[in-house]
Design a binder for this molecule. Structure first.
Ligand code: ZN
Ligand code: ZN
Length: 409
């Protein structure tokens, strides 16, 4: 176990954010995950990190704030906090987020407060997000097993066994065996992902058609200058990093106004402590004109109303149904894992890097490129074992992209 944890910490710090000599690391972690955070800090210093700046969080404190803090607090995001993010982003520090959220932490909390809080932070963090879009700094996320999350994933196990079972799933998905091969395994995996990206970029599809037995029948126009990406990113300074470990997706940007039809989610969506089940969106000219769910419909409707862009899509991602996370047949209630189990879309903001030259475009130029903007970005999974995706090229060719849930090439 100790060996695997160390190898995982090494993977997140050396491959995830790929810490460089003299670079600052902003490390975000829940307080009860301090031992693992310390491991990450040690790895960072071993690699010559300038300083590890610790950013602690706590589920209990977050919940207590939403329940009991003064109501005015939820429309504020202190300038000094925004300045802190901007300061470190500007100097090119690495941002590593260790997460272990209780999926039900915010259950029963006033969703209006959550919405206002997202809006307030979204406004104040715009400059920081801009730097993120421009790839000024490397960032990454790593998930850690903890009692509340593990019990949600494995309700039938006792707490100790659940935590262990979830660690096993995390290690499996992250290809961590404890024998020191994880870093190499990730390099090979990234290479495979990039091969699919190469093919997708060569076709440069005008639109994709999604169909399955669940009821999805959706036409998705891609942005004219869209670029498929996968397996990692590179900062403007040329530092390679891999924001999501695990990652199984090839993703790009749709044309904001180019989505029509019906799309049904294949997995529940966990949002602000609530589980939203059986999402069904009806889309017209890119906009969600009808949002339905058999459970959590009000939470879903709130999530797509954060701002104008929240009711349009911003990401199109292809994930083989036959991937390690999908094959584990486990619902993780955590986007980092669940999004890698299935093909997905996101409503909200598109990634600037998903259009040619996007990283250096202004907000106006990105809108001109036809992609969506919003303060939110929420993935929801649509991939099934029978998903069929057909690509249509600008010169009228019809190419099978996905057959029975997996890549056709
Ligand atoms: Zn994605
Ligand atoms: Zn996404």
């Amino acid at each position: 176990m100790e060996k695997k944890l160390k190898e995982y910490a090494k993977l997140l710090v050396e491959v995830g954010v790929n810490i460089q000599k003299g670079q600052t690391l902003l490390l975000f972690a829940p307080v009860d995950q301090a031992p693992f955070a310390r491991m990450c800090a040690d790895v960072a210093y071993e690699n010559g990190c300038r300083e590890v700046v610790m950013m602690w969080s706590d589920d209990h404190m977050t919940r207590a704030k939403y329940l009991f803090a003064d109501d005015a607090v939820f429309d504020e995001f202190p300038q000094f906090r925004a300045d802190l993010y901007t300061h470190y982003a500007k100097e090119g520090a690495a941002f590593l987020h260790l997460i272990c959220d209780d999926p039900e932490n915010l259950l029963g909390v006033d969703s209006g407060r959550i919405l206002r809080s997202h809006k307030a932070s979204g406004e104040k963090l715009k400059e920081y997000r801009r730097f993120q879009d421009q790839n000024v700094f490397p960032w990454g996320i790593g998930a850690l097993s903890g009692p509340k999350w593990a019990k949600k994933v494995f309700p039938g196990l006792c707490e100790e066994d659940a935590v262990k079972a979830l660690w096993d799933k995390i290690f499996m998905a992250c290809r961590v065996k404890g024998d020191g091969t994880a870093v190499e395994a990730w390099k090979q995996h990234a290479k495979n992902l990039r091969e699919h990206v190469r093919i997708l970029n060569e076709y440069h599809f005008e639109k994709l058609h999604y169909e399955n037995a669940l009821g999805t029948d959706l036409w998705v126009e891609l942005a004219d200058t869209h670029v498929w990406e996968a397996g990692g990113d590179r900062t403007a300074q040329g530092q390679d990093y891999m924001p999501n470990i695990p990652t199984e997706e090839c993703f790009t940007a749709n044309k904001k106004t180019g989505i029509n039809g019906v799309v049904c989610a294949a997995l529940p969506l966990c949002r602000d402590g609530n589980v939203i089940e059986n999402i069904r969106f009806t889309m017209k000219d890119g906009k969600i004109i009808k949002a339905e769910a058999t459970k959590g419909e009000d939470v879903l409707k709130a999530a797509i109303s954060v701002d104008e862009g929240a009711s349009y899509f911003g990401e199109v991602a292809l994930v083989p149904y036959d991937s390690p996370i999908s094959n584990s047949k486990t619902l993780y209630y955590e986007t980092l894992f669940d999004e890698n189990a299935a093909c997905h879309f996101a409503f909200g903001k598109a990634y600037a890097s998903n259009v040619e030259g996007g990283a250096n475009m202004t907000k106006e130029e990105l809108l001109q490129a036809g992609i969506n903007d919003s303060i939110t970005h929420v993935d929801f999974m649509v991939g099934t074992a029978d998903l069929k995706v057909t690509g249509y090229t600008h010169d009228g060719r019809e190419i099978p992209v996905f057959i029975d849930g997996n890549f056709a090439f």
